[in-house]
Design a protein around this ligand. Structure first.
Ligand SMILES: *[C@@H]1O[C@H](CO)[C@@H](O)[C@H](O)[C@H]1NC(C)=O
Ligand SMILES: *[C@@H]1O[C@H](CO)[C@@H](O)[C@H](O)[C@H]1NC(C)=O
Ligand SMILES: *[C@@H]1O[C@H](CO)[C@@H](O)[C@H](O)[C@H]1NC(C)=O
Ligand SMILES: *[C@@H]1O[C@H](CO)[C@@H](O)[C@H](O)[C@H]1NC(C)=O
Length: 444
């Protein structure tokens, strides 16, 4: 008898579960419906807000009503808003800025804004006066841009002063039996800064453990070999054992500073820095890094590093700021306090949000001025908002010599011609074909 009632019980339970499940599904569907209605409502009402079009798939947002303080703007990557009457600004992303389709002709009310946080080598065209000055608003690594991103790779001052990874010098000295004094980890070889040629020369005069693909002479454990492991705790532990880390940027421009500088500073290793000529403006302390002078022979740098390696007192002077947790650089402290965005911080806007809002607020500012019959405010990027001198090669003999090295200078010179042509065509303000563009480039 009872097997039947067990069956009945099971059937009952099953029905009950199915019922509950159905109800839950209906609720979810209902909520989704409401959500969709909200989005639609937003898209319907956006016409009363300025439309700001990303001329790049960067954010992937088809339409979002963004809040910027008291102001609201409709942000979209949908290029069909080009001719919409409410479209007030176009946002460009430096790395995918292409001549092939630009929002032309540019209407009087169309403000152009450039966001370029990446290495100069990603689009040299933008680094020339005729092109950069066509933008109204900028967010670049340059401290002179409207929204400077110079410290984009630094989360907070506390990350610098943290002693989590700092090893005692006595321990580093013990490790010197098996480790070189200097570490290098780079897998993007032969970039415009020509760092690998300098370092190859340096390695003739001091021992360097090179873990990356460039000048490789030491292996990382297998689980740390791909580039995603660069922020792995184990990787930090390996690097923290060294006295020096070569922090050489891929390009040499004022204010172009990356995690290559910040990482060793966080770990309590002395960076040997080559890159932004004005790096001292950004160091936590004047004595926190060895700054490479490219006009002096690498041999001299090697001798200096060896001297510090052999003299604990001299070496420790470079870590005094870390041991005392003292960040003496007022410029750096002020910048981190005042920048209107955060890094890996959910409590703060990202720099993309901050860039969008800068443009949104400026669009509104002019709207309000027009309402008050005041003349519109004019914003214009200056050459200094994105600038970098032509790449230069070191003159040491190299083996094997890489053809990639030779490309950068030529590419820079070519980009100068392209910028001139593009600047000319954009000022003419008519749509043009790619063929017309190249004809203009070569009529130089
Ligand atoms: C882009 O916007 C237009 C209207 O302006 C709309 O018809 C089209 O569906 C949108 N495209 C996408 C992919 O949302
Ligand atoms: C920082 O160091 C440089 C070079 O070592 C030196 O010329 C400069 O005077 C120092 N600046 C300060 C404020 O100590
Ligand atoms: C934007 O830049 C263009 C080109 O320099 C200029 O003609 C225009 O007046 C600027 N608009 C604003 C609002 O600053
Ligand atoms: C401009 O020209 C390109 C191709 O050369 C075309 O794809 C684009 O639709 C044109 N834009 C306008 C606004 O005419």
């Amino acid at each position: 008898m009872w097997p039947v009632s067990v069956k009945k019980l099971c059937a009952f339970c099953f029905c009950a579960c199915a019922f509950v499940f159905l109800i839950m599904t209906f609720q979810v569907i209902e909520q989704l419906g409401q959500f969709e209605q909200n989005t639609l409502r937003q898209q319907g009402t956006h016409v009363q807000y300025p439309v700001i079009v990303w001329w790049s798939p960067l954010t992937g947002e088809l339409g979002r009503l963004g809040e910027c303080g008291h102001n609201r703007c409709f942000f979209t990557v949908n290029k069909s808003y080009h001719s919409h009457p409410q479209t007030k600004a176009f946002l460009f992303y430096g790395t995918d800025f292409s001549i092939e389709s630009l929002p032309l002709p540019r209407h009087e009310q169309h403000q152009w804004a450039l966001f370029h946080e990446e290495s100069p080598k990603n689009n040299y065209k933008l680094f020339h006066e005729p092109l950069i000055t066509l933008f109204n608003h900028t967010a670049t690594f340059s401290r002179r841009s409207h929204l400077p991103l110079t410290t984009q790779h630094l989360e907070a001052l506390s990350a610098l002063s943290s002693q989590t990874h700092l090893l005692p010098l006595s321990y580093k000295n013990q490790l010197r039996r098996t480790l070189a004094p200097v570490a290098y980890v780079q897998s993007d070889c032969d970039p415009p800064s020509d760092r690998d040629v300098y370092i190859q020369e340096l390695m003739k005069h001091i021992q360097v453990d090179s873990y990356g693909q460039c000048l490789h002479n030491k292996d990382l454990p297998p689980h740390l070999r791909d580039s995603t492991a660069m922020d792995d705790h184990d990787f930090y532990q390996i690097l923290a054992q060294y006295k020096f880390i070569l922090a050489f940027e891929n390009a040499v421009c004022d204010d172009y500073i990356t995690e290559k500088l910040w990482r060793p500073l966080k770990l309590g290793v002395v960076p040997v820095y080559y890159g932004a000529p004005n790096v001292r403006m950004w160091l936590p302390d004047n004595r926190s890094a060895v700054v490479v002078n490219p006009n002096e022979p690498p041999k001299k740098l090697a001798q200096y590093l060896k001297r510090l390696d052999e003299n604990d007192g001299e070496y420790l002077k470079y870590l005094e700021w870390k041991q005392k947790r003292e960040i003496s650089n007022v410029n750096l402290v002020t910048e981190l306090k005042e920048r209107p965005w955060g890094v890996q911080d959910l409590g703060q806007d990202s720099f993309i949000d901050a860039f969008e809002c800068m443009v949104c607020n400026r669009v509104w500012e002019n709207t309000h001025r027009r309402e008050k019959k005041l003349p519109s405010k004019v914003w214009r990027a200056e050459e200094s908002h994105l600038t970098c001198p032509p790449p230069e090669l070191f003159e040491f003999a190299v083996s094997p010599s890489s053809s990639l090295r030779q490309i950068w200078r030529a590419s820079y010179e070519q980009s100068r011609r392209e910028a001139r042509a593009l600047g000319l065509m954009l000022r003419r303000n008519t749509n043009f074909t790619v063929t017309q563009f190249w004809r203009e480039v070569f009529t130089d």
